[in-house]
Design a protein around this ligand. Structure first.
Ligand SMILES: [Zn+2]
Length: 149
């Protein structure tokens, strides 16, 4: 938990604290820390997602796969690959998995994976692709007889 000094009493308190535990002043730590905290949470989620999804891959893929390398060494690899590179890889992987599900799985699989692709593009903030995949999800889910979430 990141700590900061209260602007009123100087006591150390969490930057996310709504009120100072010492003097009770509202928003005791100045600055746009909420955006920073959100950013860190976001990075953490991205790394968690990558670690979880890459655990199913053989470790020999690490050398040639920047995302697997990111899982092996999250902090260094994030700096090396860059977040946009990771998002792109996440999106590419999701699209690839959708293709496999579409070819081999049930319509419900295709529906679920289209939703995952849409979620990946949402994380990457790729609005046109997100909108496109939401349409795909809706169509696939309609075929599966399952309403899109
Ligand atoms: Zn205070």
């Amino acid at each position: 938990m990141a700590l900061g000094k209260c602007k009123e009493c100087g006591r150390e308190c969490a930057k996310t604290a709504k009120v100072c535990p010492g003097c009770g002043v509202a928003n005791p730590v100045k600055g746009s820390t909420s955006a920073l905290v959100l950013g860190l949470v976001f990075v953490g989620l991205a790394i968690t997602w990558i670690v979880v999804t890459s655990n199913s891959k053989p470790s020999s893929a690490i050398a040639s796969n920047p995302v697997a390398a990111a899982a092996a060494n999250p902090i260094g690899a994030v700096a090396e690959v860059g977040l946009s590179g990771i998002y792109k890889k996440v999106c590419d992987d999701a699209v690839e998995q959708y293709g496999i599900a579409k070819r081999n799985g049930t319509p419900i699989d295709a529906c679920a994976h289209a939703g995952m692709v849409a979620a990946a593009y949402l994380q990457a903030k790729d609005e046109p692709s997100y909108a496109q995949w939401k349409k795909t999800e809706k169509a696939d889910c309609a075929k599966a007889g399952t309403p899109a979430p």
